[in-house]
Design a protein around this ligand. Structure first.
Ligand code: ADP
Length: 302
């Protein structure tokens, strides 16, 4: 009798214990889920805020960068207009030395205006390129091309980099490095690396560009003797709108939109290649990218 009472009691207690444990477990799971949701919401909020801050910074830099060349262009045109008006209203047309000086000064003004137009075009092109990216992809036109030829073409068209800057080009020993690529976009990547190397390193230091073939990969490296980039920023510089606050522009007045390297990364990744940087503060930077070599036959790209 006593035995059966004790066993019923124990059974009830066991059941109660199981229920309580289950309730406790459910409570714990509920709390854990709630905590996770809160962390996720917090992370999402922080990420959104970060994007918002970068976006605001970008808008302010972009408007400034677009306005500066426009102001100079407008000023130069007004100056030229005034000069021409002055000459045409003069009682006597200037002769000899005066004409020479007039032409020289006007050419100078036109040259400076042209540089500002180039700067504006570059900015608008970068903006346009970035808007063509949808979900980390952009439309590309693949064709068989030789990287050595692309590099030569970039160096011939280096309008934004002054002649006073030495660019040493080390081309591969092989005559041709064949890749399946959108030539204009790959040229844009090479030029962007060169323009950055020029922008962020002292003018009296050479920029070295190296094209080589390692196994089934083509390598393009652009080395500068600039201040270098802190390791913690190596990953971020490829993100949209990211600009390092620790690296100062050394040449040219163009600040930049923090879009260039982002576009470069998307272009190269879509070619099934990789981008990267090797750099330490005080030791310059080497920006590189790879592309798969097109051996023989025809390869289809997605
Ligand atoms: P930006 O137009 O601002 O130069 P990029 O996307 O080209 O934008 O570069 C992102 C950031 O990476 C730059 O703002 C700069 O801080 C850093 N960077 C790029 N190239 C170099 C370089 N050669 N040396 C040092 N810093 C660089």
């Amino acid at each position: 009798m006593h035995g059966s009472l004790i066993s019923t009691g124990l059974h009830k207690l066991g059941k109660r214990l199981i229920y309580t444990s289950a309730e406790f477990l459910l409570l714990l799971i509920g709390q854990e889920l709630l905590m996770r949701r809160r962390i996720e919401q917090h992370m999402h909020k922080t990420a959104t805020q970060e994007v918002q801050v970068r976006m605001n910074e970008f808008l302010s830099v972009a408007s400034h960068e677009l306005k500066t060349p426009l102001t100079t262009i407008k000023g130069n045109i007004q100056l030229l207009k005034r000069r021409f008006k002055h000459v045409t209203t003069m009682a006597q047309y200037p002769t000899g030395k005066d004409v020479e000086q007039f032409i020289d000064e006007s050419c100078n003004l036109l040259e400076r205006t042209d540089q500002q137009v180039t700067r504006l075009t570059r900015l608008v092109n970068t903006l346009l390129e970035s808007t063509r990216i949808h979900g980390n992809t952009m439309d590309l036109l693949f064709e068989l091309c030789d990287l050595n030829t692309l590099l030569r073409e970039v160096l011939q068209e280096r309008r934004t980099i002054p002649e006073t800057r030495t660019i040493q080009s080390i081309q591969s020993e092989t005559d041709e490095i064949l890749v399946m690529a959108d030539s204009s976009r790959v040229k844009h990547v090479i030029l962007h690396y060169l323009v950055n190397a020029h922008k962020y390193s002292p003018l009296d230091q050479p920029i070295i560009i190296n094209v080589s073939q390692k196994g089934r990969l083509a390598y393009v490296e652009v080395r500068d003797a600039g201040p270098g980039i802190p390791p913690e920023e190596h990953q971020h510089i490829w993100e949209r709108f990211y600009r390092s606050k620790k690296v100062k522009v050394q040449n040219g007045s163009e600040i930049g939109l923090g879009l260039g390297l982002y576009v470069c990364r998307i272009v190269i990744e879509q070619h099934h290649g990789q981008v990267g940087v090797q750099s330490l503060p005080g030791n310059g930077s080497t920006f590189w990218f790879t592309l798969p070599i097109q051996e023989t036959g025809f390869v289809e790209f997605s």
